[in-house]
Structures are given as C-alpha cells and as structure tokens.
Design a protein around this ligand. Structure first.
Ligand SMILES: [Zn+2]
Length: 194
C-alpha cells in the first residue's frame, strides 16, 4: 500500500520524516509549490530519505475550475520549484480537492504527469483527531490502496507511528505510488488504487 502526504512541506513534516526513517518506510509527498519555495531543505530531505516527490499545484488551486493558462502555470511553477530544490522532475500530480476535468487531463498528459487520486481518506484535516485518523486508515486499508493524509497537521503526524505498527502487523509493506504500480504511470490518466 502507499501512504501519501499532501499540502506540505511544513514544520510538522520534519517530525514525520523522523518517524518514517525510524520505520524504514517510504511514502509519497504531494507538494505545494509555494511551500516548497519556503522550505526547500525539507523537500531535499524527503528526496534524500528515498520518498517520492509529486506535484500538488503551486497555490493549492482548484484546477478543475481554472483556466487552461492557470492550470499550466500552477503545475509548471511547482515542477520548477521541486526541480530547483532537489533536481527531481516529478511524474505524478494530485489535483487539490480531487478537482479535475478533461482540460486538466489534457494538460497533465502534455506535461508528463499522471493524476493520482486516493482510495482511503480519513478526513484528517477535518477531524484533527489522532485516534480517528489511526482507526480509519487501519480499518479501511486493503492491498493496493492509496491513503491520503496531510503532513501539515501535527495530529496526523502523531497517528503515523501506530498506523505503521498496526498495518505492518497485518503484513502490509509501505511503498511509494510509483513502486505500488511497478511501471510508469500514464501521463494524464487518473489512478485511485492498484
Ligand atoms: Zn491538498
């Protein structure tokens, strides 16, 4: 299964990276370009620790309701920010709010970005409740699933040690989204689970 963390990096990301490193776990980070520019050192650490870096727009924009020029600029500026910070050019993106349409599909295809949605959403941003996040993620995960969380909330980061422990006990292995599929994902196409 793949753990994914959206909207960072932020101060709480450093703690999450410690937790993931201690468990030798790899995850995928859907980064907001603006935040990358504010904390490039955290993105460099994500990359150095072996995590996958992906595009989550520049300003957390609703891409499904944006002009073609806006969608292109949101994605291109984030690609550039991640490249500048780490040398990496992402091949995955996640539209904020899951908001996508034909135009986003066309533009992401042209830019070499597959669209990665999710299978499990514990609504961590809403509840900000560590126990509830843990219960939902552990209870709802099945093989091949993609779990959506947010590393910008300390309440979510606090749930990760128990999530790792309980899912590992059930036999789950934590991989990046690209590893989950084991082959290049098709640009423009939407993926929600393997
Ligand atoms: Zn988001």
């Amino acid at each position: 299964m793949a753990l994914t963390f959206d909207d960072g990096p932020m101060a709480s990301t450093a703690k999450l990276l410690d937790i993931l490193a201690a468990g030798k776990v790899k995850a995928t980070f859907f980064l907001v370009g603006q935040a990358v520019e504010e904390a490039p050192e955290l993105v460099r650490r994500e990359h150095a620790d072996g995590h996958e870096l992906a595009n989550h727009s520049y300003s957390h924009a609703d891409l499904g309701r944006s002009s073609s020029a806006k969608v292109t600029s949101e994605l291109a500026r984030t690609q550039a920010a991640i490249k500048r910070a780490t040398g990496v050019t992402p091949t995955l993106m996640r539209p904020p709010y899951g908001s996508t349409d034909k135009q986003v599909a066309t533009i992401t295809k042209r830019m070499g970005l597959a669209q990665v949605l999710w299978t499990v959403d514990p609504l961590d941003w809403q509840s900000r409740n560590t126990k509830s996040v843990e219960r939902k993620v552990v209870g709802e995960t099945r093989p091949g699933y993609i779990v959506l969380m947010h590393d910008i909330h300390p309440s979510t980061v606090a749930a990760v040690p128990s999530i790792l422990k309980r899912l590992a006990a059930k036999g789950y292995v934590f991989v990046t989204v690209s590893e989950l599929y084991g082959k290049p994902l098709a640009p423009g196409r939407k993926y929600i689970e393997r």
